[in-house]
Design a protein around this ligand. Sequence first.
Ligand code: PLP
Length: 514
Amino acid sequence: MAPEGTTNGTSSAAPAANAMAGLQPLDPEEFRRHAHQMVDFVADYYKGIESFPVRSEVKPGYLRPLLPDVAPEQAESLDSILEDVRSHILPGVTHWQSPNFYAYFPSNSSTAGYLGEMLSGAINIVGFHWLASPAATELEMLMLDWVGRLLNLPEAFLHTGGTGGGVIQGTASEAVLVALLAARQKWVAKLTQGGDISQSEALSKLVVYTSDQAHSCVQKACMVAGIEKKNWRFLKTSFDTNFAIDPAVFEEAVKKDLEAGLVPAFLCATVGTTSSTAIDPLKALGTITQEHGMWMHVDAAYAGPACICPELRHHLDGVELVDSFCMNAHKWMLTNFDCSLLWVKDSKPLLDALSLQPEYLRNAASEASLVVDFKDWQLPLGRRFRSLKLWLVMRLYGANGIRAYLRKHIQLAAEFEELVRADERYEVLVPRTFALLCFRAKPPAGDPDNGRTLNATLLENVNKTGKLFFTHTVLDGVYTLRFCVGNSRTEREHVLAAWDVINQEAEKLLKGSA
Ligand SMILES: *Cc1c(COP(=O)(O)O)cnc(C)c1O
């Protein structure tokens, strides 16, 4: 604390004393007390989570009138803040951790994931390179090897394999961007080697392929990486292939681009698309990318974790032909957001694209190439100790526990599917592979908008009840309801209750239209 008399004589010591009236920044005993209070708050939140409407019902701009316009000058108490959380924040929360959440894809939380998050927050290092916290880098390498082995990824993708390895990114969006930057680096270096064309000319030739079902993050990666818009290819899919890429369509597009003097550079295939969990055929596509020296990335953000179950691993057949592979532990593997895992078969193009050695970070271990510096495998410099979350999840549940968890969701989705199939008022739109069901209420014959209004109204009416929350997509023009089982606490009774609510609302609608 500043001694008296150093305040320039303009203010008394009283405000300074007041300013210290709140918490000490990191006093261990104060931390213990407040953290216990927070843990109690969180446990009570989880206990009562089903009492909230799953989807928040607040109107845009609801919060500002409820909170002060300016930051408090004086310290406040945690009690008063938690009171505001209860009365002002929770009503504006959509409860992703509710067992009645079936929207989008899940964002898993678990006790293990939460504890790992706490520990990571407590240690709070910024592990940009090995020396900044050797344990952070080394545990991350080991965890990526652990999960890589569970997925039965080829040895080259592991840190023990020689050329490649895995890294934790924040999101699958960052993962595909990093992969594309590596591919871009590789291609531009190759094309400019002879000195005949400039970097920008080389860049303008690169073509990126993905399916029209790929996540929008592929498009964003193209925007950021400077791939010219005229060189983005969204390969057409349809009900005929269950929305997977037809390799013949890909091959034809590559051929056309080659004839036009362009350079097919990058393919992003998806295992488990966001709309309908379509699975692109990795083997057939990988054979084509290898033939042309293209970079192939696989986005398995949602479905990747399921492939640690031997009976589902075949969805990754062909992964030995690809250059990079991504799955989100934070979607469906019990690990709190964020924790997206990216593996590359060869780290050199990635390092060529993203390495820098500023003087203030130089150190003997890095210079002797004895260590991995993950700052060179990602966009930001700073990075959290996220591998702790994975480590706690893997140890507190075990691979078998995680498999049982995944299988339970798939089983519940299968039961939901049976209910839908047994009721002739509905139809399943594409075959179900994981724990997402795409279905709709059948429109009456000759319905002018092919069931769009009927199903959009049904969806909104169900969500308005607050008893569950699910969402929609459009598949080849068909308005589709998406029901994804994947919350940590969803049980059979929740799924059955959700089906009841959907039916009640459907009955009201169908009666109204009859
Ligand atoms: C959810 C999802 C993404 C985006 O994930 P982020 O980690 O939020 O970037 C990308 N691809 C697929 C297939 C997804 O399902």
